[in-house]
Write a protein that binds this ligand. Structure first.
Ligand code: 5GP
Ligand code: ZN
Length: 120
């Protein structure tokens, strides 16, 4: 995925503000933060989205994400983990990433324009 911006960040062809890195995973600050703590956590291997990721990658990324939360000091105060998938999910960058958001009480409101109770 030569043109993928997150693959370029992995290869250090594009700069990023790195929080934590190991052989398989990378965590860096979102360029346009939506909360006082807003980190993007990615596997270095390219997957288009969560829909394509392997169970072994998910197994590996779990302790990595938990460690990122500790490094940022939000492991006790709490945080939100989000991955957007595809068009309706609002995914803009087509390289699997988890948003780790925290550092303040987060809002939880209507997420869709259509009636959220339509399928009840
Ligand atoms: P998505 O909408 O795909 O779930 O989220 C993509 C996220 O990547 C957005 O929050 C956006 O601010 C962030 N982003 C896009 N380009 C860059 C970049 O070049 N560097 C960094 N650090 N974040 C980026
Ligand atoms: Zn990529």
């Amino acid at each position: 995925m030569a043109e993928c911006i997150f693959c370029k960040i992995v290869r250090k062809e594009l700069p990023s503000n790195i929080v934590l890195e190991n052989e398989q995973f990378l965590a860096f600050h979102d360029i346009n933060p939506k909360a006082p703590v807003h980190i993007l956590i990615i596997p270095k291997e390219h997957f288009d989205s969560f829909q394509e990721v392997t169970p072994s990658t998910m197994e590996g990324i779990t302790p990595f994400i938990q460690e990122v939360a500790k490094v940022l000091g939000v492991d006790s105060s709490g945080y939100r983990l989000i991955t957007n998938i595809g068009e309706n999910g609002g995914q803009e960058v087509k390289h699997l990433h988890f948003h780790l958001l925290g550092g303040a009480k987060l809002k939880w409101e209507h997420l869709a324009d259509s009636n959220p109770k339509a399928n009840l």
